[in-house]
Design a protein around this ligand. Structure first.
Ligand code: NAD
Length: 353
């Protein structure tokens, strides 16, 4: 039986990878996909060009906060994978309103419509950032939420709203929380694509603070496989962590990126003032999804980085216009000149997320 899947945010980095995977040559062949996307600065139809002409694919340009549009669309589908979001922490520090609107109200609008329509399954794609920061050990799915940025607070609120619709109304909601992603088609404001594209342009890379902020990295291919496992085999009302293959400080990651780009020398790295409220370390215990659904990440970081660098080297036509057009609000995120003006890279003060 064919499942009619609605994918919100499917023109973004992770959403488009998910859609390309589902409708690609190795896809399951039992889904049709409608992408609902507002095409903000982070949404790009070019990310979907390989599936655009597939009969199983449809694109709807619209806002997850639009009740009429969402209600109509949800009735035409069996399941939703919800990825639409404002996703960049630095932008949420500049202003949180759009984060609350899209991430919180948009999610509420979707689950409300899902309840009304008797939708089969709703997958809320979320982040490890909802737990805040941890010096030692790893968060389990039962750890308390303690978000510290407007971005992570809006995602935590969205998760709780979605789960409340499960507990109150019986909607089959499943939440995934994943670590830092990397891979192709990643908007060049986040750490890996920003650093790689800067290095390919012969520019330095801006490293926040002492560079000792620790993140766990997962290739986007592994993330979407985890999401798909949860959509197909997860349990209603449950949260699943999706982890990666390597946990390391940003300074060490930067060294690996320089190496992957064939660049050497400390002068390529410029220390810039730390992000406000910068979380020190994220770490997920993802044994639940491993034991219950058989998930393990497959892409080792070194190989994934080499492939990612190759992709950016071969697809300058994709990222060069984005870097040229990226607008940085007057004064930059900290009321100082934008970081890129100080260190000469081509986007906002892009960092891990
Ligand atoms: P992204 O910024 O690349 O893409 C977001 C997409 O949502 C864009 O296509 C954008 O146009 C669309 N969008 C934004 N507002 C919208 C609205 N109001 N209505 C409809 N569409 C809208 O983000 P991403 O990195 O692909 O992240 C996707 C999801 O995964 C997000 O929910 C994010 O919180 C989550 N996540 C991301 C990471 C990561 O490392 N990037 C890690 C864990 C979880």
């Amino acid at each position: 039986m064919t499942t009619r899947l609605l994918v919100t945010g499917g023109a973004g980095f992770i959403g488009s990878h998910y859609v390309r995977t589902l409708l690609g040559p190795d896809g399951p062949g039992d889904v049709t996909v409608t992408v609902l996307d507002r095409l903000t600065y982070a949404g790009n139809l070019a990310n979907l060009s390989s599936v655009r002409d597939r009969p199983e694919f449809r694109f709807v340009h619209g806002d997850v906060c639009d009740p009429e549009l969402v209600s109509t669309l949800v009735r035409e589908h069996d399941e939703i994978v919800h990825l639409a979001a404002e996703s960049h922490v630095d932008r949420s520090i500049e202003g949180g309103a759009e984060f609350v609107r899209t991430n919180v109200l948009g999610t509420q609008n979707l689950v409300e419509a899902a309840c009304d329509a008797g939708l089969r399954t709703f997958v809320q794609v979320s982040t490890d950032e909802v737990y805040g920061t941890v010096d030692e050990g790893s968060w389990t799915e039962e750890s308390p939420l303690a978000p510290r940025s407007p971005y992570s607070a809006s995602k935590a609120a969205a998760d709780l709203i979605a789960l409340a619709y499960h507990r109150t109304h019986g909607l089959d909601v499943r939440v995934t929380r994943c670590t830092n992603n990397y891979g192709p088609y990643h908007y060049p404001e986040k750490l890996i694509p920003l650093f790689v594209t800067n290095l390919l342009e012969g520019r330095p890379v801006p490293l926040y603070g002492d560079g000792m902020h620790v993140r766990e990295w997962v290739h986007v291919d592994d993330h979407v496989r985890g999401v798909e496992l949860v959509r197909r085999h997860g349990r209603a009302g449950e949260v699943y962590h999706i982890g990666g293959t390597a946990e390391l400080p940003n300074r060490e990651l930067t060294r690996m990126l320089l190496e992957a780009c064939g660049v050497s020398g400390d002068h390529h790295v410029v220390s810039v003032p730390d992000r406000k409220g910068h979380d020190r370390r994220y770490s997920l215990d993802w044994s639940k999804i491993r034991d219950e659904l058989g998930y393990t990440p497959r892409v080792p970081l070194r190989r994934g980085l080499a492939e990612t660098v190759r992709w950016y080297r071969d697809h300058r036509e994709w990222w060069e216009p984005l870097k040229q057009s990226t607008a940085v609000p007057e004064g930059g995120p900290y009321g100082k000149p934008p970081v890129h003006l100080r260190v000469g890279h081509g986007g906002p003060s892009g960092q891990d997320r």
